[in-house]
Design a binder for this molecule. Sequence first.
Ligand SMILES: C[S@@+](CC[C@H](N)C(=O)[O-])C[C@H]1O[C@@H](n2cnc3c(N)ncnc32)[C@H](O)[C@@H]1O
Length: 305
Amino acid sequence: MVEAQNCPAEPDQKTSYSFSEQIDPETGVPVGLAPIELVYREHPEFFSLAPGSKYHDVGVGRAGSTNFFLDKLPPGVCKTLALVTSEPHPEEGFTRICEELDGRVASYKFFKESANKVVVSEKDCALITLINMIHLVPEAERIELIRDAYDSLEPGIGRLIISTTFIDEWIPNKDVLLFNNGLTRAVFSGAKRSGVDTRSLVERLKSEGLVMWSVKEYLERIGEAGFEIEFPASSSELMTMPCTAESYHLIAEDRSWLDHTFPGIDYVLAKDITRKALASMLQGRDLDYSYPLPRNTLVVVARKL
Ligand SMILES: C[S@@+](CC[C@H](N)C(=O)[O-])C[C@H]1O[C@@H](n2cnc3c(N)ncnc32)[C@H](O)[C@@H]1O
């Protein structure tokens, strides 16, 4: 593998320094939220909340998803909500995000907790959202999380909205498949050159790497918990997340992502290896960071009967 010499210019770190803030030009929302935006445009009724409702956004990150859902409500309703957010690894500067959320609603609680610990205790929700995070919940805890979400929703009206692109069927076309295979090879070559024991890395990936469920499995588990699935109408109805090579550069900033893709490796080294491999791939194919790498995405809207 040839090390990139004249790397393509890196994306502007000031305007889009994290994956969640890369804006999709088509929909005008962050790339990671574009599939849900399309569901909203087709079914705004899934996103409405009665005054005084309780909303819990789980795995809140930088609150991109929370603000997205609050923005869909009339300001008069938003001001009456009881908002709960939870996140096991809040970033530096999170206090400011909390203050801003607090100013948008009637009451606000934040829990520094992982999903399974907190969903169970926050009852009577009208809406629980698990946005771009359920794949990070250890597989052994996912079914319990879906059941706990069911128990914590208000009967008859409570909704669970899930979005994840980490599904078995994530590859939408041959170009993405080829790019992905090349990137995996480049990452492993880079890891070897950096002194990583790639054999043990493969072993660790088998035991600690991300476990991606199929769409069928998600829909079955959600149905088994008692939910009525309002969207999608069938397991073949997938959305598309309009990722680009820039999204892959940006996601390498995300510590929990690196912990799963490079288990046991120092995250600064993991980030460096990932970014160099990506730059070398783009350079070798004369591409830049706007190269489209869309991902199939599952958005589920489910109602508690
Ligand atoms: C890609 S971010 C999504 C943030 C936000 N939901 C959004 O879409 O803007 C995923 C978040 O899930 C959090 N996370 C990881 N494991 C988790 C767990 N077991 N329970 C709850 N959140 C978790 C990560 O720390 C990260 O902030």
